[in-house]
Write a protein of this length. Structure first.
Length: 405
């Protein structure tokens, strides 16, 4: 049976995630690097930097020479994994067959969801919009639609950024003949050179080459090359998606404290972050888990289940604080606080019958949209205006590592 496979590839992924999180970086050439910038390479260049000639894997000094105005920015793998989880969860709403190919690429088998290519294109457009809505406007992707994974990936390479390219069974060969050998995932420079040495420079020539000679030269890879030249690939999309089981944040205070007010503010900030992530992933929680680590490293944890599922920060905070307030050992200073939402399910918070609660709900939606558009520091609760969450390498498991919440 003929399949319909969608390949989705995020454009300049790490750079656009940083540009989404920090409006100052938008529209500017930026390069994402390792920790030690001066000895590092460019892991991802922003679309603006690429236009000026900066390429992935270029050394930072070379990139700076080509583009002196480029901003070098250290990568934050935790942040990128978080956004990857977000778009994976979107894909899973449209098919139960999602294979994560790399941190910024996925294959979706939509054969059951879309009956033809037109429907698949509409689906791809909807998914693209959903990514924009959920992850932010800066996060763009290129999409390829084809009867198999190999051709879908080749399609998504065609138009960057933001393109949708399709090829169906009837025009696969025509399409292949417009591509270079090296464009195909699986043909690197070494294989290309060996093919060239055999007088093969195009897919058409590769198709006409004898299978026997190819196998002689490349062993079993020869079969693969021969099939690839015909646009054939029967490898299945293997589902790798798993629903998140919990969403949590913890924070090590800059100084140990026995000040309850300070703890409350910290917990409220963490609750807002957890709730924001729940809403972004269209999840609600039925259980809250809290952790308090004292200065002597003794830890207390507790959890509470509740019947009304929620994705509201204040609600999570109230439940969490009530637990902590009951058993906190006030004689011991506190070092770390953490909160996780667990027993998650897909859905939105129940719409209240009360006008005031409905107002809070719609305000929350607007605030989420503002953060999506202008970054995570776009707003904060008035009560948290003086609370500063310092960025550190460990302790604060925040996707956006804000300086203020
Ligand atoms: Mg990519």
């Amino acid at each position: 049976m003929s399949r319909i496979i969608i390949h989705i590839d995020m454009n300049s992924y790490f750079a656009s995630v940083e540009q989404q999180a920090n409006p100052f970086l938008r529209g500017k050439p930026i390069g994402i690097t390792g920790k030690h910038q001066e000895r590092s390479v460019i892991a991802t260049a922003s679309i603006e930097a690429k236009k000026l000639g900066v390429k992935t894997a270029m050394s930072t000094w070379e990139a700076k020479r080509i583009c002196p105005s480029m901003i070098l920015y250290p990568g934050d793998p935790e942040k990128y994994s978080y956004i990857t989880c977000q778009f994976n969860s979107i894909f899973n709403e449209y098919t139960d067959c999602v294979e994560q190919f790399s941190i910024d690429e996925c294959f979706l088998d939509v054969s059951k969801t879309a009956t033809d290519y037109l429907e698949a294109i509409v689906l791809a457009q909807i998914i693209r919009e959903r990514i924009k809505e959920t992850c932010g406007e800066q996060i763009t992707c290129s999409i390829g639609i084809a009867p198999n994974k190999l051709m879908a990936k080749l399609c998504s390479e065609q138009v960057k950024p933001n393109g949708i390219t399709t090829v169906n069974q009837q025009n696969i060969l025509k399409f292949l003949d417009t591509c270079k050998l090296k464009d195909l995932c699986g043909i690197g420079t070494k294989i290309e050179n060996r093919l060239n040495a055999l007088g093969i420079n195009t897919f058409e020539q590769l198709r006409k080459f004898s299978l026997e000679k190819l196998v002689n030269e490349f062993k079993s890879y020869g079969y693969w090359l021969y099939e690839a030249a015909h646009g054939r690939d029967d490898s299945p999309v293997i589902n790798t998606y798993e629903e998140p089981k919990s969403i949590g944040h913890s924070y090590t205070l800059s100084e140990n404290t026995d000040n309850k007010k300070e703890m409350k503010y910290c917990l409220l900030g963490l609750s807002d972050r957890v709730a924001g992530r729940l809403r972004k992933e269209c999840l609600v929680a039925r259980c809250v888990h809290v952790v308090v680590r004292y200065a002597d490293f003794n830890e207390m944890t507790q959890q509470q289940k509740f019947t009304e599922p929620t994705s509201n920060g204040l609600t999570l905070f109230k439940i969490a604080w009530q637990m902590i307030d009951q058993w906190l050992d006030e004689s011991k200073p506190v070092r770390l606080l953490g909160i996780s939402a667990t027993t998650l399910s897909r859905g939105n918070e129940h719409q209240s019958l009360f006008k005031k609660e409905r107002k809070v709900h719609s305000l929350q939606k607007t605030l989420d949209e503002i953060q999506n558009r202008y970054g995570s520091n776009a707003w904060t609760r008035a009560s948290l205006i003086d609370v500063h969450f310092k960025e550190r390498s460990s302790g604060f498991h925040s996707p956006n590592s804000p300086s203020t919440m």
